[in-house]
Design a protein around this ligand. Structure first.
Ligand code: NAP
Length: 249
């Protein structure tokens, strides 16, 4: 079960949008490595209830809509009040809206940009300040391969992910001299609620084109988060790691 980080003690880890899908896989992984894990989402899920009973001293859930700066502040404040610091920030919460740009509504543009881009910026600003004061920490942004490759019907989503990659490189420069690493992971297609918009034919086509011969699982990405946030990995920063089973390689 729990394996404590003997050299440094448990880390304080924030995973945004950890109530289901990829975020839930990342929460599970850091709970399994003995860390103190906080997550947020707009609604609770059975997974959240389960972690609260399983690890009441090591798990914190805060309801928050991260597209609102006030909610980001409430979330980070709750974590710092509980555990005093943040060692790891995984900016995972994200939303996709499908459709060709010409037919996209203003509301859908705002939903995607406000969470994927502005929410990530708000959280990085809030947590980055605290990491700067302590001169340590790691940040991982969950991007997407479509930030580089593009995808028909995902123009706004792709734009936010490409922006996230740029921000990753800029923040690595801004925070690197203070012992803080900033990296991104660009997953391929994962088996989560977000990919439910793809029909069975599209999914099979993706699997056929993927050298690994399958869709990604949350665990594939969680393992890379662990690698990027290992305290021994301080020389790896400013990178966008593509984790897509070879699809775009
Ligand atoms: P998901 O299953 O839809 O889960 C999204 C999570 O974010 C949920 O916990 C959701 O909870 C939370 N969330 C959504 N809107 C929020 C808001 N306004 N404020 C706070 N939390 C919010 O998505 P996923 O597939 O796990 O995706 C996770 C990340 O991986 C995203 O950044 C996505 O872009 C990226 N990604 C996914 C894929 C894929 O194929 N699935 C591929 C590449 C990259 P609530 O709805 O209750 O708020």
């Amino acid at each position: 079960m729990s394996e404590q980080h003997t050299e440094t003690g448990p880390r304080v880890v924030i995973v945004t949008g950890g109530s289901r899908g990829l975020g839930a896989g990342i929460v599970r992984s850091y709970l399994d490595s003995g860390d103190l894990v906080a997550t947020c989402a707009r609604s609770r899920t059975a997974e959240v209830d389960g972690w609260e009973s399983e690890a009441p001293d090591r798990f914190l859930f805060v309801p928050a809509d991260l597209s609102k700066v006030e909610d980001c502040e409430v979330f980070v404040k709750a974590v710092v009040e509980r555990w005093g610091r943040v060692d790891v920030l995984i900016n995972n919460a994200g939303v996709a809206r499908d459709g060709i740009l010409g037919l996209f509504s203003d509301e859908d543009i705002d939903t995607v940009v406000d969470l994927n881009l502005k929410g990530t910026i708000y959280m990085t600003r809030l947590v980055g300040r605290r990491m700067l004061a302590r001169r340590s920490g790691s940040i991982v942004n969950i991007s997407s391969i479509v930030g580089r490759s593009g995808y028909r019907g995902l123009a706004v989503y792709s734009a936010t992910k490409a922006a996230m990659d740029g921000m990753t490189r800029a923040m690595a420069r801004e925070l690197g001299t203070r012992g803080i690493t900033v990296n991104a992971i660009a997953p391929g297609y994962l088996r989560t609620e977000m990919s439910h918009g793809l029909d069975e034919d599209q999914l099979q086509q993706i699997v056929r084109r993927t050298p690994a011969g399958r869709l990604g699982e949350p665990d594939d990405i969680a393992r890379v988060c662990q690698f990027l946030t290992d305290p021994a990995g301080s020389y790896l920063t400013g990178q966008v790691l593509v984790v897509d089973g070879g699809l775009t390689g």
